[in-house]
Design a protein around this ligand. Structure first.
Ligand code: SF4
Length: 363
């Protein structure tokens, strides 16, 4: 299936007082209808900048964007502001981390939903209100016909996030870009929101780009995964590749951060690089237990096939004449997540108490 959204060789730089920051460098991703692609990495890895670049939400200046972003055949980097407005919030909708910031405290939830609906659809105010109530019902807000007239401060954190998702769905988007939408909510609410997104995807066939630093969340919802570090793609593959056969030392380090099988989580050694002065060579080399001399002298290694052209990693050990098995020499059984673990994570998100679409006022 041809990708609906195709990003290639995207770079985003910012001019700052401390110098030029390269937030993203050579980023590629294809997103197809009906699939969920997760962008994973620590804070500062470039995942939010990538998502905000899709519809040029990144303010330019100070940002400079270069590369190609094609959506349904249209080049969004070359599009006029007017052309972009017909895509942004309409065919590509965003849900941000902090629902508080996305809702205006002086208007009711219903007024804000009606406004969103009428921006995208030529409908009367009363029809828009009826659709607003249906949307609130669909995202699991109890008594939606009454709560539509409440203000954001009357909603709990989980309900606010559901209301923001309802606003994003007002236009029936083809792509939903969700940037850490569950970071500010508790585990039970998180599971409910993840299940909601999956159900909405099944109903509408929309693609989801999901940003998270939490591999537990990735295990629950991803079809494909892109692992980012300091603005560079480190590894790419389907979710089973990433969890069963992690190829890149950084991906392995992220997996080690997951507590499982009675084992404590193991934080990644070292600290995240200064974005104004990233390491030469492979950006992960100061923290990598497998680094060799060329890792710090040559540029970031190209993405090489690991076990099929859809599973790639940026590491010298996948270059010609290298033996990548050394990357696994220190790996115990618990360093990867086998299929049963992955199924367990998915089941935990879809069958447990937390997965209920219903939402309580406490949420
Ligand atoms: S290229 Fe070198 S530093 Fe980078 S992940 Fe591979 S071994 Fe580690």
């Amino acid at each position: 299936m041809a990708p609906l959204l195709s990003v290639s060789d995207l770079s985003v730089t910012f001019d700052t007082d401390r110098g030029t920051v390269t937030a993203l460098d050579g980023f590629d991703v294809d997103v197809r209808r009906g699939e969920t692609v997760c962008l994973v990495g620590e804070s500062g890895s470039g995942k939010t900048v990538a998502c905000e670049s899709f519809t040029r939400l990144v303010p330019s200046p100070p940002a400079t964007l270069d590369g190609t972003i094609r959506f349904d055949g249209q080049d969004l980097l070359a599009a006029s502001e007017r052309e972009l407005r017909s895509v942004r919030g309409n065919r590509i909708a965003h849900v941000f981390q902090n629902p508080q910031g996305a809702l205006d405290p002086v208007y009711t939830i219903g007024q804000q939903l009606v406004e969103s609906i009428r921006i995208h659809r030529d409908v009367s105010r009363s029809d828009a209100r009826r659709r607003a109530v249906r949307l609130l019902d669909r995202v699991g807000i109890p008594n939606p016909a009454e709560r539509v007239d409440e203000y954001p401060h009357e909603f709990s954190g989980g309900m606010k996030q559901r209301a923001v998702i309802a606003m994003a769905l007002a236009s029936d988007p083809d792509v939903l870009v969700a940037d850490e939408p569950t970071t500010a909510v508790d585990v039970t609410t998180q599971a409910g929101i993840l299940r909601l997104l999956q159900d909405l995807q099944d109903e509408h066939g929309m693609a989801i780009v999901f940003v998270t630093h939490d591999l537990g969340v990735v295990a629950q919802i991803a079809d494909r995964v892109v692992v980012l570090y300091a603005g560079k793609v480190m590894e790419r593959g389907d979710v089973v590749d990433i969890f069963d056969r992690p190829a890149h030392p950084y991906t392995r380090a992220l997996l080690d951060c997951l507590p499982r099988r009675g084992r404590d989580s193991k934080p990644i050694d070292g600290s995240f690089p200064d974005p104004t002065d990233p390491p030469s060579g492979c950006r992960f080399h100061p923290r990598c237990p497998h680094a060799v001399e060329e890792c710090s002298t040559d540029g970031q290694p190209p993405l090489e096939a690991v076990d099929g052209e859809d599973h790639t990693a940026s590491c010298v050990y996948y270059g010609d004449g290298r033996d990548p098995s050394v990357l696994r020499e220190d790996a115990s059984e618990s360093d990867t997540m086998d299929g049963a673990d992955l199924d367990g994570e998915r089941d935990a998100g879809s069958t447990g108490e937390a997965s209920s679409l219903g939402v309580s006022d406490d949420e």
